[in-house]
Design a protein around this ligand. Sequence first.
Ligand SMILES: [Zn+2]
Ligand SMILES: [Zn+2]
Length: 403
Amino acid sequence: MSFRPPKGTDDIGAPASTRWRDVLRQWDTWADRFGYPLVMTPIFESTDLFERGVGEDTEVVTKQMYTFTDRGGRSLTLRPEGTAGVVRAFLDSGARGPWKGAYSGPMFRHERPQAGRRRQFWQLGVEYLDVDGPAADAEVIELGYRFLSAVDVPGLEVVINSLGDTVCRPGYVSTLRSYLEAKRDVLCDDSVSIIDVNPLRVLDCTVCAPVLTDAPAMKDHLCQPCAAHYGLVKKSLENLRIPFREDARLVRGLDYYTRTAFEYIATQLDAAQNAVGGGGRYDGLAESIGGRRAPGVGFALGVDRIVLASGEDVGPQVDVYLVSETGPEDALIAASVLRLAGLRVDFDSEGRKVEAQFKTAGRLGARAVVVQKGQGDEVDVRIDEEREQMALEAVPAWLGTRL
Ligand SMILES: [Zn+2]
Ligand SMILES: [Zn+2]
């Protein structure tokens, strides 16, 4: 019997989990501020949903899904991403008109584990549905940017592109295909094998990138409505003072992606794992999973990568450690008073020696130590070099200006 987590999964506890909690809290705050209510969908769904919603030919569907048959004989799959489930839930709810949802939770893909890539990994994101206008795209991009800035992802960069739509993309794709056919001899085998079926994906290939610098770009082949939409998205980002860079090689290989595509890059991470997330417009997705037309835009961000990018600095686990010379029963009551006043407090329930209690305060990184000396409510408060005696009730206000 092995008591190790399965390959590609991790146990995440303190102190690393302190950072996770902070990131997830920031997410709740920012999603809420932008008007995205929480939407919670099942962790497993019908396999069919992901085959249609993620794309039957994608690597995720062909090689990475955790699929099983349940006791009723249904084929189910642990969700490999969040969008398909949320769009299904939206269609299922019968809602009409602009609809917003924010999600956060574990996703599952059978991939080769490495730093920032686990088989159970955490994604958070939003979907904004039944919206056509470019302001929706810009708002979604802004939300991701504000959140990632708030959690200190270093060297944050927004990269955008337009993928056109069903009017202008087919023409572009055949132009691209002819260009690639002519380059056949200098492309890698993988790229050559998809020139016919999915030439857009060749632009994604890092091996072939050096010989594709003069490849035709979608943004030069947009129809008038797509060009206007893209122009307004960029103008809005400028108005919001969100720095962005255009990259013609940012593509998504599935037909239901339209117009805006974007990625958030942590430029200080290794190139192989520096994309902390991305998204775009998917005007054809709802129909591809069997629903009505419901244009939308969204993104998904990887929390594993965000935590990796924003570093190890976890900050204190508590504001106050309560050291008691009179025993755990007294400490429990004093801790309760401080907790009800809004402070993050811990104490020693085992009645250990005072020195051991101070040691724990240090290990938890407590900003302040409150020492309970006698039966009265006078306590000794220590923060940095300062020391004060005061009534327990006065502690929250006094610390409030110092923490
Ligand atoms: Zn290639
Ligand atoms: Zn177009």
